[in-house]
Design a protein around this ligand. Structure first.
Ligand code: ADP
Ligand code: ZN
Length: 599
């Protein structure tokens, strides 16, 4: 029975108690020889979807991956589980590569990671033609998309796998959402007949907090870290190199292990920061956006923004680096209106053409709309990415601690009506001018000084009106038409609001955040001496093995250890994340710590 064997390996090798959503269906699709296209958010557990079937099926699973650093990390982690995994890429010497190739030919590998350019060589294709293959996995499959920012020309040629190995099951995986990219992947990799698994983009374990604050953001960050994440790993994003250096130095002065990371540092210095972040506990990296790509650290407990990101896409990608292990994590932001001004200036000064700049401005507007929300942030975020969340999430600042708000229903109706009466052909700035009844040549020329909404908005300031429009966009009542100069068009969702069946509340922009520990995700781990002792032991073991601490055990396994305090190897084996190999290698050492600390 393949099912029982699959479950058995899930427990004995990976130490997982069960599957995450969708994993079971995907694994069984491959085990049974079918193809799959998997769209799953970061942290959803994509790797298991090909690693487990590769173990269940005979032969070697070939994994195509574009990121050398990730290949290395995955192979190290798999070896810790007792899986026979290797990789082939340009970082190996000829001698090392030959050893791996021989192991493949001898049928001694469960998984082989390979860079696409290596895979496509006639030599390698010949080699795998003679080997027994379990499956092909194509990771980061969006690299095949010519319109995406990660395009890899070699990926297009991966269709050769289907042509030369028609009977070997293939799985392509990515976290990139949108439908055009998905269609492009299916078409270029000839996966039209594969089963598609598209899972939601929600990251329910991430708690979003956003606040506007003109000054004191640094102090607020320190308070946030001390109250919620003492001794834990995190990333702090800033807009400029200068600010990165400044903030890193200041945090270090407050006794935190904070390191700067930006493109102005030389490659060796950057690599050192990255290594410390991966290999030590509780390191905070203060970075420009250059940091994070290809870093697969599962236990990043918070991502903080001290500036406004330039789009929701960037924000979602950056915050998505928190909590990949599924445990509670925070996405925390403080921004100021001067960020908006600075970003707009950078966009105006960029070399890009006008159409491109306009799209950037609209993305920034969507970002601001998100920041100014008084309603559930997750609903707005997921809605933006085309993934509806029916009810408020209960795990964002607005859900947990609803902000003071004012009733903007009437204003919203005026705004929508103004868009309607001007033919849904204009952007927010023009509409604001009409509402304020501005003397303007263009308005007169279009005859909009004669419509009923001309000048009916003088009770609010131009800034308030812009907020109203941003909110209408953030909540999906209006959409900005990028092909048509950002004209605001109404969507069917605005009907209940127009009919008076729905109201709209907007947050009052309060300058000072409320203090206190409300909204804290959980007690800081370091409150518990046993957890600290276990972490110390993990640090030593990781050092001996030359691997990052989370490769020995995740925090969630240590937390379960501290809570359940197993006394025997048998009880230890029941902890999440403990498979047979790790039980043998590490069980006795941790049992000893539990006995000593609690005995
Ligand atoms: P992705 O590649 O989708 O970002 P990963 O494959 O790196 O995600 O998995 C994210 C985390 O989830 C890893 O720490 C992994 O050990 C964990 N994980 C995956 N599947 C399971 C499962 N069935 N049970 C418990 N943890 C899991
Ligand atoms: Zn919410």
């Amino acid at each position: 029975m393949p099912e029982t064997r699959t479950l058995q390996l899930l427990h004995s090798v990976f130490g997982h108690a069960g599957f995450r959503p969708h994993q079971e269906d995907i694994v069984s699709q491959l085990v049974n020889g079918g193809d799959a296209l998997v769209i799953m958010p970061t942290g959803g557990g994509k790797s298991l979807c090909y690693q487990l079937p590769a173990l269940v099926r005979d032969g070697t699973g070939i994994v195509v991956s574009p990121l050398i650093a990730l290949m290395h990390d995955q192979v190290v982690a798999l070896k810790q589980l007792g899986v026979r995994a290797e990789y082939l890429n340009s970082s190996l010497t000829a001698e090392e590569a030959r050893r791996v190739e021989n192991a493949l030919a001898a049928g001694e590998l469960d998984l082989l990671y390979v860079a696409p350019e290596r895979l496509l060589t006639e030599r390698f294709l010949g080699l795998i033609e003679r080997a027994r293959l379990a499956l092909f996995a194509i990771d980061e499959a969006h690299c095949v998309s010519q319109w995406g920012h990660d395009f890899r020309p070699e990926y297009v040629q991966l269709s050769v796998l289907h042509e030369r190995f028609p009977s070997i099951p293939r799985i392509a995986l990515t976290a990139t959402a949108d439908a055009p990219t998905r269609a492009e992947i299916a078409q270029r990799l000839q996966l039209e007949n594969a089963r598609h698994f598209v899972t939601g983009f929600d990251r329910p374990n991430i708690r979003y907090h956003v606040r506007q604050e003109a000054s004191g953001a640094r102090e607020a960050l320190l308070r946030f870290i001390r109250d919620n994440h003492a001794g834990e790993a995190g990333i702090v994003y800033c807009l400029s190199r200068k600010r990165v250096d400044e903030v890193a130095e200041w945090l270090s002065g407050q006794d935190l292990a904070a390191l700067p990371y930006h493109a102005g540092m030389d490659a060796a210095a950057r690599r050192r920061v990255q290594e410390r972040f991966l290999n030590e506990d509780g390191v905070i990296v203060v970075a420009t956006i250059a940091f994070g790509m290809g870093i697969d650290k599962p236990d990043v407990r918070f991502v903080a923004h001290l500036n406004l990101p330039k789009s929701l896409e960037a924000y979602y990608q950056e915050t998505g680096r928190a909590g990949r292990d599924g445990n509670p994590a925070d996405a925390w932001m403080r921004y100021s209106l001067s960020d908006v001004i600075q970003l707009k200036r950078m966009m105006d000064e960029s070399e890009a053409d006008e159409a491109h700049r306009r799209i950037e401005r609209q993305k920034l507007d969507a970002m601001l709309g998100y920041c100014e929300l008084s309603s559930c942030r997750r609903q707005s975020l997921l809605g933006y990415f085309g993934d509806a969340l029916p009810a408020p999430c209960g795990n964002c600042d607005n859900c947990l601690d609803p902000p003071q708000s004012w009733d903007a229903t009437e204003a919203a109706r005026k705004a929508l009506s103004c868009a309607h009466r001007t033919g849904q052909r204009f952007g927010a700035n023009y509409l604001v001018d009409v509402l304020l009844g501005k003397e303007d040549e263009r308005i007169r020329r279009f005859g909009h000084d004669a419509i009923s909404t001309f000048g009916i908005g003088q009770d609010l300031s131009a800034n308030d009106w812009r907020t109203v429009f941003r909110q209408l966009v953030a909540r999906g009542y209006l959409v900005a038409d990028h092909d048509n100069y950002g004209a605001l068009r109404m969507t069917p969702t605005c009907r209940p609001l127009l009919r008076g069946e729905e109201s709209m509340l907007l947050a009052r922009q309060v300058a000072q955040p409320k203090r206190g520990k409300k909204g804290r995700t959980r007690p800081a781990a370091s409150d518990d001496p046993l957890f600290e002792a276990l972490r110390e032991r993990r640090r030593e073991l990781a050092k001996e093995q030359g691997v990052p601490p989370y490769v020995v055990f995740h925090d969630s396994t240590l937390a379960a250890m501290a809570a359940l305090r197993p006394q025997t190897l048998e009880a230890f084996a029941d902890l999440p994340g403990v498979g047979e190999r790790k039980l043998q290698t590490y069980g006795p050492a941790f049992l000893e710590v539990i006995r000593k600390t609690t005995g």
